[in-house]
Design a protein around this ligand. Structure first.
Ligand SMILES: Nc1ncnc2c1ncn2[C@@H]1O[C@@H]2COP(=O)(O)O[C@H]2[C@H]1O
Ligand SMILES: [Zn+2]
Length: 816
């Protein structure tokens, strides 16, 4: 492509400006120029990308003759070109030096560009390691990989995308990921993108895709977890996060991910120069949103059944747009949970990271005095258990179908790795179970000792009944055991541990077990570090060493996020971006938890919490025969409506229904170039104080809270709604604003908040006090339900209806 001197200079300035804006500063910013691969590539090369590309093209013309004339010089020149990255700013100068020393380029170049190139060359292989790319690219794995792929597929040329804007887009998306998340960070995005790239390269798919579908698939993979807060949807619901209210507790995170992605598209301006094909942009946006929404793991069964039906009946026709889209949705789903299918060393690393994130959430829940999600409780579950269950009930069913579809080397390799890895986790799980059994046996003996010498007067009557005193003669005194003061006695009923002395032991058990394991591994000369000890010890320490502080959910969220909108101005701006119409208070972060004192649960709490356990995954009972069981929110034309679904809500599947559509005005308003930064401006949070509020009295009159004598924990929970009006009053500090809000807003307590309360009382998994014996699970959905909510076969009807909650909470039907 010909460029005049002015354009040349301008593009240089733009690039520099882009790098100045980069989060990581100029010293780590660099810009990758062209790469070509022998893979699927869009043919249209009408517009090329940069002057360096031009240089390359020109120089290629001369290479043949050069090789003939001076082979040695030619070889050196090619080596110098092997790391084709240009660095900016200071690095540009350094780069010149390394160019002179091209013989030792890999050693001298501090960005290790040779290695980056080398890793990128493997980007179509299944053994690709995103962690390695992250290391060699100086922490920029996502934009580096994306530019490489966009160039490789010829998307930049085909859609006339400005490469500087492309780089900006990828950098913005990368910034949107929280590097503080152990799992949901930009490395995960790169990993999923690379997996998606592998799938797109499979013949059965590649031969049918349009450039638009390729671009949508890649963008969806890149942004599919953008701005993930590191906690799951039930946590957001339980803490009444405003996103949960905004998206009606439905695919909350996924909705947020795709909208965040859209904001980056707008802000980067990458689509400004799309060819003027009517509907191109809308189609691209629709595809991205639909692909990202499909990654909601709780809806896996829907998609899987749909896909399976096609495979069973052999009706997939890749020439049909809808069928290709379904295949891409499944491909992205597979890519999203493909870490168990990677080679063991890579897969294991992902497993540790995802579990670390789960356990962090469990710690937050514990500190917030919330019921700890089963999957996230480091004291009652373990990594091998989580992995075995996840591999077996979530990943295997999906990958098996994927293999049925692809039926080639890639899918065979994935399945092979999956089974191999699963086997390894099962072995670890069995080892763990054996260790626990041994520990229990020795514990039981020690407990006998303790109980013999214990002061009987410290026990309650029920404890005495459960654990009658044993005669000293039956329990000869043992040699002093180093673990004696640490181990929780699994063989003893839990209520024995209401004794403070035992409680301490319960908390210490994880550490002591881990210590024991670590010692065993060390003595066995195991070269592999014990992952039990790695995580349990770390987890235990972090928990036990935390000073008791006043906590709230905002403080505990790992990062400040878009989820942290606190002022009406911010809410208005976000509203403009989303253009969903009125009801601003939905967008204001609603604090529903009182500043929880970090305190341990009492048996009263346990009693209370075990009474209420709504199941969010199962159909809610309808109040009448004709009433729909579910309602899906459809946002269209700036209005909110509810579409009703009267179909059977069992695990059998229907077409994916959740689709948020926007009006064209909404889209055009989102396209305002300032909106992306508006979204990202909302990255602050304000600590909120909570006092009691007279409004509470008014509101609570409508709710018969005093029907039941309440245990202290429940009282605390019911006081939560006081916080909302108090907070809102503070937020809308002007009198006018306050009255304005009151005028347009629904009653101070929205159903979504009440759902949060219900969740609060419902997620307690540990009905037997933490001694969970996992029972058999059969399907992915059940596994997820069990893991995330601690719910298995029980249905909502089995739980007493809370008289203090309106019927909407029990039926799942929004009152709005
Ligand atoms: N190895 C794993 N073990 C357990 N859960 C996982 C694993 N990999 C992915 N997941 C879960 O599957 C979810 C897929 O969607 P997300 O990436 O949003 O979040 C992911 C995790 O919650
Ligand atoms: Zn993901």
């Amino acid at each position: 492509m010909q460029r005049c001197g002015f354009c040349h200079m301008l593009s240089g300035v733009l690039r520099r400006a882009m790098c100045v804006g980069s989060r990581r500063g100029s010293s780590e910013s660099y810009y990758r120029e062209l790469g070509d691969q022998d893979t699927l590539k869009i043919e249209d090369k009408s517009s090329d990308l940069s002057d360096d590309a031009e240089e390359e093209t020109n120089s290629e013309v001369q290479t043949d003759s050069m090789e003939e004339r001076d082979p040695e010089h030619y070889q050196m020149k090619m080596k110098a070109k092997s790391g084709r990255f240009l660095t900016m700013h200071k690095r540009r100068r350094k780069r010149l030096i390394t160019r002179c020393l091209y013989n030792n380029q890999a050693l001298l170049d501090d960005l290790m560009l040779g290695q980056v190139q080398c890793i990128l060359n493997q980007s179509v292989e299944w053994r690709f390691n995103a962690f390695t790319l992250e290391t060699v690219s100086g922490g920029r794995c996502l934009p580096v990989l994306c530019v490489h792929l966009f160039q490789m597929y010829g998307l930049l040329g085909h859609f006339q995308l400005d490469p500087t804007k492309a780089w900006k887009l990828f950098s913005l998306i990368e910034e949107g990921y929280h590097s503080s998340n152990p799992y949901h960070n930009s490395i995960h995005a790169a990993d999923v993108t690379q997996a998606m790239h592998c799938f797109l390269q499979q013949k059965r798919i590649r031969d049918h895709l349009t450039p638009l579908e390729i671009m949508a698939s890649l963008l969806a993979a890149i942004a599919h977890d953008m701005d993930h807060p590191g906690v799951n949807q039930p946590f957001l619901i339980a803490t009444s996060n405003h996103l949960a209210a905004l998206y009606k507790n439905t695919s909350v995170l996924e909705n947020h991910h795709w909208r965040s992605a859209m904001s980056c598209l707008v802000e980067s301006g990458i689509l400004d120069h799309l060819p003027p094909v009517p509907g191109l942009r809308e189609t691209l946006e629709d595809q991205i949103s639909s692909l990202i929404l499909a990654t909601d793991i709780t809806r896996q069964q829907e998609y899987l059944t749909h896909f399976k039906n096609h495979l069973d009946m052999d009706t997939l026709d890749m020439t049909k747009k809808e069928h290709r889209h379904l295949v891409l949705q499944i491909a992205l789903k597979c890519a999203d949970i493909s870490n168990p299918c990677r080679p063991w060393e890579i897969s294991r690393k992902w497993s540790l990271k995802v579990c670390e994130e789960f356990f962090r959430q469990g710690d937050y829940e514990r500190r917030l005095n919330l019921p700890v999600t089963a999957l996230c409780d480091r004291h009652t579950t373990s990594i091998p258990k989580i992995q075995t269950g996840f591999f077996k009930f979530v990943v295997t069913p999906l990958i098996r179908e994927w293999h049925r579809f692809l039926h080639n080397d890639l899918s065979s390799q994935m399945l092979y790795n999956l089974l191999y890895n699963q086997n390894r986790w099962e072995t670890l799980m069995n080892e763990e179970a054996n260790e626990e059994t041994k520990t229990e046996i020795s514990d039981a003996d020690m407990v006998d000792d303790d109980l013999d010498t214990d002061n009987e007067s410290r026990r309650s009557g029920s404890q005495r009944l459960l654990l009658p005193p044993r005669r000293g003669s039956l329990n000869p005194v043992k040699a002093k055991n180093p673990f004696k003061d640490q181990l929780r006695r699994f063989s003893v009923p839990l209520n024995v541990f209401q004794d403070v002395r035992f409680r301490h032991r319960e908390r210490s058990r994880a550490a002591s077990l881990a210590d024991a394991r670590a010692r065993r591994h060390a003595s066995a000369g195991s070269s592999q570090p014990s992952l039990h000890s790695q995580l349990s010890v770390r987890g235990h320490c972090s928990h036990s060493q935390e000073p008791d502080r006043t906590l709230n959910s905002e403080k505990l969220l790992p990062d400040s996020t878009i989820a942290s909108i606190t002022t009406p101005a911010q809410a208005v701006r976000l509203n403009t971006v989303l253009n969903e119409g009125g009801n601003l208070n939905k967008l204001v972060r609603q604090k529903t938890f009182p500043p929880v004192e970090s305190s341990s649960r009492t048996s009263d709490d346990d009693d209370f919490l075990s009474r209420f356990r709504p199941d969010f995954l199962r159909p809610m009972p309808s109040t009448s025969k004709t009433e729909p069981k579910y309602r899906y929110l459809v946002v269209g034309d700036g209005k909110k409506t509810e579409s009703e679904d009267t179909s059977d809500t069992s695990l059998e599947v229907s077409e994916p229904r959740h689709k948020v559509k926007e009006s064209s005005e909404a889209k055009s308003s989102r396209r305002d170039t300032s909106t992306g930064s508006q979204l990202r401006d909302n990255l602050t949070w304000v600590p909120l104080e909570l006092d009691s509020d007279p409004l509470l009295q008014r509101r609570r009159k409508s709710m018969p809270t005093d029907v039941l004598p309440l245990p202290p924990r429940e009282k605390k929970i019911r006081e939560v709604p006081t916080v909302v009006p108090q907070f809102l009053r503070r937020t809308f500090s002007g009198k006018e604003a306050w009255s304005k809000r009151r005028g347009s807003a629904p009653s101070p307590v929205a159903a979504s908040e009440l759902r949060g309360l219900a969740a609060l009382g419902s997620l307690r998994h540990s009905v037997n006090g933490g001694r969970r014996k996992p029972s058999l699970t059969y399907t992915c959905q059940q596994w997820i339900a069990k893991a995330a909510y601690g719910v298995q076969e029980r249905t909502l009807q089995q739980f007493p209806r809370r008289s203090s909650l309106p019927v909407e909470v029990m039926t799942g039907i929004s009152s709005h």
